[in-house]
Design a protein around this ligand. Structure first.
Ligand SMILES: NC(=O)c1ccc[n+]([C@@H]2O[C@H](COP(=O)([O-])OP(=O)(O)OC[C@H]3O[C@@H](n4cnc5c(N)ncnc54)[C@H](O)[C@@H]3O)[C@@H](O)[C@H]2O)c1
Length: 298
């Protein structure tokens, strides 16, 4: 074991990952923790993936409990935690990954859309923490809860209004919980991604957004990232997993109630874009870009 691994102190721990089998980020979090020697209890909505991840994790030499459950269903989440308690007795780490949104103007959404968005971006996180904390206490060694939020919790994210509100609730809930649980060495932190190649749900953009990108060719997204992201590239899925490993481990033992923005710098720039055509850094396009947006017919 290297010096870093020894200081991280992850080997031998047990993590719950809600949404840890199916898609890119959830799956990567589970495998990242397992590679660090952490046993896994995960639930996910994707039936096939729940079965498929078991041999992958076992091959890494740790235990796994993997069950199908919709985090949107309070009863299913409760049943999952019953199984975690029966299988592991105590846990050390919780990662609430599930979340997401369908891009839409608020007034084009229904009450049912709103209820589900609030449940999947805030409500289940509260329920998951309520069930997880007694299991962390049973271990007697403190613990780390990591909730996924988003940059949209920190800005007026038009066409994502209910998602933005629900994730802001998750963010401040986590901060408040961090204060309540600090005396027990139970830390609560957040990961806030922005754009990432793991945006598995095409619902995060309008279909016509993809069509317009497709017409522009392969380089279009790279050009967008150069304008939008200070580091000029989207963070990778591994970058997100590294954030989870850091917050789960003893390397962050004095960090609680904090949001780790793994976004290439977009929370820092907050609207300051690096416009092309000589305009450089400004929130709004200047002469060079505007000249191309508004060509004159002379
Ligand atoms: N992908 C991004 O670029 C991005 C940007 C900002 C914030 N986020 C946040 O990061 C988290 C992960 O993002 P993602 O959804 O794009 O990653 P993802 O789709 O790669 O991972 C989500 C995981 O949750 C599972 N899942 C989805 N719905 C579920 C449900 N109802 N019950 C149980 N499991 C379910 C999926 O199968 C998957 O394993 C979310 O909370 C999201 O809001 C992502």
């Amino acid at each position: 074991m290297g010096l870093l691994e020894a200081h991280a102190g992850l080997a031998g721990k047990v993590a719950v990952v809600v949404g840890g089998a199916g898609e890119i980020i959830g799956r990567a979090v589970t495998l990242g923790l397992a590679r660090a020697g952490v046993s896994i209890a995960t639930c996910d909505i994707h039936e096939d993936a729940v079965a498929a991840i078991v041999p992958e994790v076992e091959a890494l030499g740790v235990r796994i409990l993997s069950v199908r459950a919709d985090a949107g269903d309070p009863q299913a989440l409760d049943t999952f935690y019953d199984e975690v308690e029966a299988g592991f007795r105590a846990i050390d780490i919780v990662v609430n990954v599930v979340g997401g949104v369908k891009r839409s103007l608020f007034m084009n959404t229904t009450r049912e859309d709103n209820t589900r968005d609030i449940r999947l971006n805030y409500g289940y996180v509260v329920d998951s923490c309520r069930r997880a904390i007694p299991l962390i206490r049973k271990g007697g060694n403190g613990g780390s809860i990591i909730n996924f939020t988003t940059i949209e919790a920190h800005r007026g994210a038009a066409t994502y209004a209910v998602y933005a509100g629900a994730k802001a609730a998750t963010t401040n809930f986590s901060r408040a919980l961090a204060v309540e649980l600090g005396g027990e060495e139970i830390r609560v932190n957040l990961i806030a991604p922005d754009t990432s190649p793991a945006r598995t749900s095409n619902a995060a953009l309008y279909p016509e957004d993809f069509e317009r990108f497709a017409k522009l060719g392969d380089d279009a997204m790279a050009q967008v990232l150069k304008i939008y992201v200070p580091l000029k590239r989207a963070p990778s899925v591994d970058d997100l997993v590294n954030g989870v490993l850091f917050l789960a481990s003893d390397l962050s033992r004095s960090i609680t109630g904090t949001t780790l923005h793994i976004d290439g710098g977009t929370i820092a720039s907050l609207g300051f874009l690096d416009w092309p055509f000589g305009d450089s850094f400004m929130p709004a396009p200047l002469g060079g870009t505007l000249a191309r947006l508004l060509p004159k017919d002379d």
